[in-house]
Design a protein around this ligand. Structure first.
Ligand code: CP3
Length: 333
């Protein structure tokens, strides 16, 4: 069995660790490839390069899993919405052509994302992946919906105006869920051993809207992943109550953000927990990093726990700090 799965199944004696955005701009070898590939979507759809980027962090650090180098916004892209990444701004999406989106078939969608699936297949065969998990992922329905409607990273004030047309939103959400399932299925059938669902924008919603936009749609995907006998990790960043989320969505693993209190989570949640550490500690002193890493490891000492961050590695992180972090986690007992 592979390392992360051992942790989830409570069979591991050592601590497991991987990091969100472990492949990315803080690594010079990524920046080198990125500088020659200015179109980010095209880079994600280059199966050789995306497979190479996926294993870059495994060549440096003693981490237990790879996450396929891709992006959650490839799903809107494959549904025919234009997606661009503007430097120092983030994603910029085009208008939704609803009649066109509602006619897209499964094979057309899968064909557009074929390089992602080929990259997964290629990565699985690499020596760096021996005895390691390969994590596939999707954005949660809510996060994909809000990107598609808002066409750039949303802020609080963007929500109300975007969600007015109830029938349109319901129809779009159904289409999003349908294709997220297809994307999950394709990643699993090509070799992903775990699926993570990123819900980056839960924090924008009022609790009264959780059931409609977060709990029910995500539960639908979670059930789908479980039906394939693959573990599913959910990361509802900014949720107000992790316990309620776990009861409603029933993931195998709950990934927590840096606002969650590890001690309280450890005492109240009965599934495997992942993450939590503020990525800012990777750009501070080694001493502060150590103190805070130990805070998480102590809190989860007697629980199944996967070490990770409370959000992605920041671009200005020194890779040597990541190395130090991995060693702290592996040497803890
Ligand atoms: O290493 C990994 O974690 C795997 C690859 C991965 C990327 N994006 C690569 C990426 C994963 C899992 C994602 C998920 C993702 N993408 C999320 C959910 C997690 C989160 O951050 O909340 C979201 C919201 C996106 C959408 C997205 N993609 C944004 C907002 C941006 C621009 C801001 C940023 O962080 O640069 C991206 C671009 C992106 N996705 C980069 C990478 C490595 C940076 C690309 C670059 O400019 O070089």
């Amino acid at each position: 069995m592979t390392a992360l799965l051992d942790c989830i199944n409570k069979k591991s004696n050592t601590n497991c660790i991987w990091l969100m955005r472990q492949a990315g701009r803080y690594l010079p070898e990524f920046r080198n490839i990125r500088s020659k590939n200015t179109d980010f979507i095209k880079l994600c759809l280059d199966e050789d390069l995306s497979s190479e980027i996926t294993v870059q962090p495994l060549k440096r650090f003693d981490i237990d899993a790879a996450i396929i180098f891709s992006d959650i916004l490839l799903v809107p892209y494959a549904l025919g919405q234009s997606v661009k990444f503007k430097k120092d701004f983030g994603p910029l999406l085009g208008d939704i052509d609803f009649p066109k989106i509602s006619k897209i078939g499964e094979s057309e969608f899968s064909e557009k994302l074929k390089p992602v699936y080929n990259a997964i297949k290629k990565t699985k065969d690499k020596v760096e992946l021996k005895d390691k998990d390969l994590i596939g992922f999707v954005g949660a329905p809510w996060t994909i919906l809000i990107y598609m409607l808002n066409k750039k990273s949303p802020k609080n004030e963007d929500i109300g105006s975007n969600l007015k047309d109830i029938k349109f939103i319901d129809d779009l959400l159904k289409i999003i869920i349908k294709f997220l399932k297809i994307h999950i299925e394709n990643q699993i059938s090509n070799g992903a051993t775990i699926i993570q669902i990123f819900d980056s924008w839960v924090g924008l919603l009022d609790e009264k809207d959780y059931d409609k936009f977060v709990y029910r749609p995500t539960r639908n995907l979670v059930n789908f992943v479980k039906s394939k006998n693959i573990p599913v990790i959910c990361f509802p960043k900014g949720i107000n109550n992790y316990k309620n989320y776990v009861s409603a969505v029933k993931p195998d693993v709950i990934s927590i953000d840096y606002d969650a209190d590890p001690k309280e989570i450890s005492e109240t949640i009965d599934v495997t927990v992942q993450g939590g550490l503020n990525p800012n500690f990777l750009i501070g002193s080694k001493k502060d990093l150590q103190t805070n890493v130990i805070k998480y490891l102590d809190a989860f000492k007697n629980k199944p726990y996967i070490f990770n961050l409370g959000h992605g590695v920041l671009p200005n992180t020194d890779p040597s700090m990541v190395d130090y972090l991995v060693k702290l986690v592996k040497d803890y007992s």
